[in-house]
Design a protein around this ligand. Structure first.
Ligand SMILES: [Zn+2]
Length: 109
């Protein structure tokens, strides 16, 4: 192996490492399910009732539990509430009543 080839291989290795480092796990929802979630959540933020700037969010933080949204782990939040929830566990962000309601809403999906 000559030096050029070695550098090329090391270069590839470096690129792969960088790719892996920046590649966060993604969880995508099919569009039919997004529509369904908007209907079930009345197209408003579950926490504050805001109608604008809504995002689909994991009830249990995905980076910790790896439960996809489609597996009854979804909530509709506005961006402000989504930022506040961040990586919090559901019981640290939602009240008990809200959690019961969330389970109920997810059962309707
Ligand atoms: Zn909100």
């Amino acid at each position: 192996m000559d030096e050029d080839e070695l550098n090329r291989l090391l270069g590839n290795l470096h690129t792969d490492k960088e790719t892996i480092k920046h590649e966060r796990p993604r969880d995508r929802l099919p569009s039919w399910l997004k529509d369904r979630i908007r209907i079930v959540f009345n197209n408003s933020c579950f926490k504050c009732d805001n109608k604008g700037d809504l995002v689909f969010d994991h009830i249990k933080p995905f980076n910790v539990h790896m439960v996809p949204m489609k597996n009854k782990n979804v909530c509709l939040l506005c961006r402000k509430c989504n930022l506040l929830k961040a990586e919090l566990e559901p019981e640290d962000y939602f009240t008990t009543e809200e959690l019961i309601m969330l389970i109920d809403l997810n059962d309707k999906l």
